[in-house]
Design a protein around this ligand. Structure first.
Ligand code: ZN
Length: 174
């Protein structure tokens, strides 16, 4: 499924707070990470917006980060929410933030299987990133747990990501 930039729920649309200082990211990036939020699931833009605001508050107020950590959030209705976007370094995958884009699916996929709409949205966004020159055509795809001590993106989502084109069994190189 083709995604267009206009399909993305903008920060203004979901009521994001203004970002603090955050670094510009050089693109295209060669690495894409898949995460889950390990929190609430959503299928509607209203719910997804509420969840995004909650995560942003947690990341900015408790974690003291400049903004919500991920580059984009995705829900199981297929909605995509702009977080740091394509061009700003996120806070999602320790050691890899400055050279990767992170998509995080709302929900906990240790317990449940992700809806196909979320999967299509992530894949559509990767293709959009390639089309826009933000993601390298020969990018490598990983789950968060491939480079960190975490269950993220949850066993059920991780199993699917491992079957996708560009998933790499080889650990990423800097
Ligand atoms: Zn993660």
């Amino acid at each position: 499924m083709a995604y267009r930039s206009t399909d993305i729920v903008s920060r203004a649309q979901w009521g994001a707070r203004e970002t603090k200082e955050s670094d510009h990211m050089g693109t295209p990036v060669k690495i894409v990470f898949i995460h889950h939020t390990a929190g609430q699931h959503s299928t509607t833009q209203e719910e997804g917006g509420r969840i995004s605001r909650g995560i942003q508050n947690f990341h900015m107020d408790d974690r003291q980060w400049a903004d919500i950590g991920y580059n984009f959030l995705v829900d199981e209705g297929g909605h995509v929410y702009e977080a740091r976007g394509w061009d700003r370094v996120g806070a999602h995958t320790k050691g890899w933030n400055a050279m990767s884009v992170a998509f995080s699916v709302m929900g906990n996929f240790e317990e449940t299987k992700p809806d196909v709409r979320a999967l299509e949205a992530v894949q559509g966004m990767i293709q959009l990133g390639i089309d826009k020159g933000k993601i390298s055509k020969d990018y490598k795809l990983y789950g968060h747990r491939d480079v960190g001590q975490t269950a993220c993106p949850g066993e059920n989502l991780y199993k699917i990501v491992r079957t996708w084109e560009n998933y790499s069994e080889e650990k990423p190189k800097k």
